[in-house]
Design a protein around this ligand. Structure first.
Ligand code: CAO
Length: 415
């Protein structure tokens, strides 16, 4: 038995943000019915194709544990099928451009009329306000949510990150909203609308930068490198390179081999509680008591000197050796792991965080598994569906159409 067994999801999502959400619900045991446009399906099936003629990794890695039903929701017969699906499902999830569902004839009012228990969950780029009608992709959300203005180096342009915080991040928020609404429905018997806006999701993940924005009113941000470098602060939270966002200063430092290996680096945190051990390890025992270095406050104007000295030491070790030496001393460090190293890491395979999946068209490939582990509801990753693979099965088993009715639906061009 899986945690969400018995919950049926009408999955009208596409691209990344919405599919992340419904894939998670599928991993927790929900029956996810992905509705796709006949003939083409989710646009990502044919984007960034690596195996000619097959579904792309972009699509497969976001659509595990789902069934695919093709349906033209603008065709009259298709609309009738959709109405029946709305009545049979617990949750409708969508991330169309604003207004698209209304234009199809499925406004929130209409959905409530069809099924008052329905939970209707949407990802949109922006919440209500001046930009609510805009189409939004990942990097737009990173830029509009405060991530880009605070990522990168002070003397360079704003940067987007490799983490898909706008898409996958918002998908996680939406999944939580859906499960919470299902929980409330247990008590009220009513469905409700759930909205997760990508700008809101990114801003939420950037809260430490909003914290720093307000701290600026009370003086310079002393843990930022630019403070020690004597560079004045402007009006807004600046980009801080690899400075730690917390109260314990940290940086990315070179390790042995950095000249040829772009990932021979470690993150190194000068946690106050282990400052003495850090001094001993890097060969600066005199800094334990030196007035400019002995306390966290004294060190803040000298962080460049501190990290230069630590880097002289880390450059003599591999990133793994740094970890082996520092971990027993409780000094927090972290190797910069490449995607290749992560893909080959056995412990991530053992926990199901990285999973190998077999696909009839493309063969074996790696994907991410569920990042949340439930002891009583283990997630097993099953391959993504082919376009329309389950159309007949859903029409007959879920919607109880007869064979003759299914032929008529097919003839109408609705599926
Ligand atoms: N049958 C018939 N029509 C269908 C259909 C189906 N099964 N599925 C979708 N359509 C139609 C929609 O109704 C819409 O038609 P109208 O424009 O006439 O209303 C049309 O397909 C296009 O939908 P869209 O506008 O959502 O798609 P797009 O490719 O133009 O835009 C995106 C994509 C992601 C920018 C937009 O959907 C969006 O802003 N979504 C919300 C934010 C979001 O989730 N962004 C993250 C995406 S991942 O980076």
């Amino acid at each position: 038995m899986k945690a969400l067994e018995g919950v049926r999801i009408l999955d009208f999502t596409h691209v990344q943000s919405g599919p992340t959400c419904t894939q998670l619900l599928g991993w927790f045991g929900a029956d996810v019915i992905k509705v796709e446009r006949p003939g083409s399906g989710d646009a990502t099936r044919k984007q960034l194709v690596d195996v000619e003629g097959e579904d792309s990794l972009y699509f497969t890695m976001l659509n595990h544990n789902k069934r695919s039903l093709t349906l033209n929701s603008k065709n009259d017969t298709g609309k009738k099928v959709l109405e029946r699906l709305v009545k049979e499902c617990d949750v409708l999830v969508e991330n169309f451009a604003p207004g698209a569902l209304d234009r199809m004839g499925f406004s929130w009012d209409r959905i409530q009329e069809l099924n008052p228990r329905m939970i209707m969950a949407s990802v949109k780029g922006f919440g209500p306000g001046p930009y609510e009608d805009c189409k939004v992709y990942e990097n737009v959300a990173q830029c509009a949510g405060g991530s880009a203005s605070t990522t990168g180096f002070r003397d360079g342009p704003p940067l987007v990150t490799g983490s898909q915080i706008g898409d996958s991040g918002t998908g996680l928020n939406l999944a939580l909203g859906i499960v919470t609404a299902l929980f409330q429905r247990e008590k009220t018997g009513r469905g409700q609308r759930v909205l997760a806006a990508m700008q809101d999701g990114v801003l939420n993940l950037c809260r430490v930068k909003l914290r720093d924005q307000q701290r600026l009113d009370h003086g310079p941000l002393k843990e930022y490198s630019q403070y020690g470098e004597g560079v004045p602060f402007g009006e807004a939270t600046p980009r801080a390179g690899n400075d730690s966002g917390g109260g314990q200063p940290g940086r990315i430092l070179k390790c042995r081999g950095w000249e040829s290996d772009p990932n021979a680096y470690t993150y190194f945190i000068t946690q106050a509680a282990v400052w003495g051990k850090i001094c001993d390890v890097i060969g600066k025992p005199e800094w334990r008591e030196a007035p400019d270095f002995a306390t966290p406050a004294a060190r803040l104007p000298h962080l460049n000197d501190v990290f230069d000295a630590i880097e002289q030491w880390t450059m003599t070790k591999t990133k793994y050796e740094v970890m082996e030496i520092c971990n027993p001393l409780d000094i927090p460090v972290g190797p910069i792991l490449s995607m290749k190293e992560l893909a080959e890491e056995p412990s991530l395979r053992e926990t199901g965080t990285i999973v190998e999946v077999d696909h009839p068209g493309r063969g074996k490939y790696l994907t991410v598994g569920c990042p949340v582990k439930l002891s009583d509801s283990p997630a097993q990753v099953t391959r993504s569906p082919l376009l329309g693979e389950h159309t007949d099965e859903i029409l007959s088993q879920v919607l109880h159409y007869s064979d003759d009715e299914i032929s008529e639906i097919r003839q109408s061009g609705a599926v």
